[in-house]
Design a protein around this ligand. Structure first.
Ligand code: NAD
Length: 329
């Protein structure tokens, strides 16, 4: 039997990626919705055949505790709302997936992990790329080292942001700028490509448009220092275009471009061409979480994984405030 998932927040990512992924999922289906916009209720109910009893808003959400059709709550709200809804879902006895970044900072992530532990429910973060086949080859290359040890990692993820009024440009809702939104993919990549945890970071920010970016950073460049002296280099920006992971090994190199898109992730690994796979990353990610629930296993992208990234992000903001001084993670 498939497990029921309720999506909380029916914005772009829920509408265009997660709801379609739930139609493709082998282990889960869209069983309920939680929305603050009444006009979306009928639209979604008709499209996905959801009965009135499984439709909630942010106020009555806690009633989900007695909804037997819902096994998993998937939080897809602005970043500042992740913690509240993860904790409320855990208290309602539901397993939880939250979108990235897991929380506004590491302290929030710890609260979320504790709430889920206390409630005896599983928690994971929407790190879909950890289920993408070519990304997995890069991860394996960092473990079995067919091209020798890694001597450098470089990854940039940037896009040019539109509407200046959106929540992604408001610190109180987003927690920060491109670091929180897309820089986090580069942090993830440097960690999964090397299998190592950074011990220190250095980060600097620069702005060309202080009006549009009056609340969050526009562009951040940073380095992460790993045990043994390995350095990774990164740029993330809301005012550039980039989507790449590059790994230099002693005997070759790997490059994914695009590295972080929903489709077409591909490139090279040594002499091997990594052709894009036609997979639904979100369906793979959700199916893996359902399998973890069934087999009582900890997800590869558990709360601990989200917390680790936010510890690095916290250190990056500290370093930025100190004009790029080295800050220990
Ligand atoms: P969006 O703006 O399209 O949707 C946000 C939803 O939250 C909307 O339905 C909106 O009505 C609701 N909302 C509730 N309170 C709000 C408030 N105070 N301000 C603004 N909106 C409010 O955003 P999105 O792109 O769907 O992103 C949602 C989450 O998903 C974010 O945490 C984002 O980082 C994450 N995300 C992840 C991926 C991925 O690839 N894993 C991709 C896109 C977004």
């Amino acid at each position: 039997k498939k497990l029921g998932v309720a999506l909380v927040g029916l914005g772009n990512y829920s509408t265009n990626q997660l709801a379609p992924a739930l139609l493709e999922s082998k282990n889960a289906y869209l069983a309920g919705i939680v929305t603050g916009t009444p006009s979306k209720e009928k639209l979604w109910a008709d499209k996905y055949d959801i009965a009135r009893a499984h439709i909630y808003n942010y106020q009555n959400f806690d009633k989900i505790i007695s909804d037997k059709s819902i096994d998993v709550v998937y939080v897809v709200l602005p970043n500042s709302m992740h913690k509240e809804f993860v904790i409320r879902a855990a208290k309602a006895g539901k397993h939880v997936i939250t979108e990235k970044p897991m929380g506004m900072n590491a302290a929030e992530c710890k609260e979320m992990i504790n709430a889920c532990d206390k409630a005896g429910v599983k928690l994971s973060v929407g790190y879909r790329l950890q289920f993408e086949p070519n990304t997995l080859l890069i991860e394996q290359a960092g473990q079995s080292l067919p091209l020798g040890p890694i001597n450098h990692v470089r990854s940039d993820f940037s896009f040019t942001i539109g509407n200046p009024k959106q929540w992604r440009l408001k610190k109180e809702l987003a927690g920060g700028g491109p670091i929180m939104d897309i820089g986090i993919y580069c942090i993830q990549a440097a960690r999964y490509a090397t299998g190592l945890e950074p011990i220190a970071v250095r980060a600097v920010e620069y702005k060309t448009d202080p009006i549009k970016f009056n609340s969050v950073e526009e562009t951040v460049m940073w380095q992460m220092e790993f045990p043994g002296g390995l350095i990774s280099n990164h740029t993330t920006s809301y005012n550039m275009k980039a989507n790449e992971l590059f790994v230099s090994y002693q005997k070759g190199k790997a490059r994914l471009e695009p590295a972080y898109s929903y489709a077409n992730v591909g490139g090279i690994l040594g002499k091997q061409r990594l052709l894009p796979h036609e997979v639904n990353q979100q369906a793979l990610q959700i199916d893996d979480f359902i399998a973890c629930i069934r087999d009582n296993k900890i997800s590869k992208v558990s709360g601990a994984e989200g917390l680790q990234d936010m510890k690095i992000v916290d250190a990056m903001y500290k370093s930025m405030a100190l004009d790029g001084k080295r800050v220990v993670v």
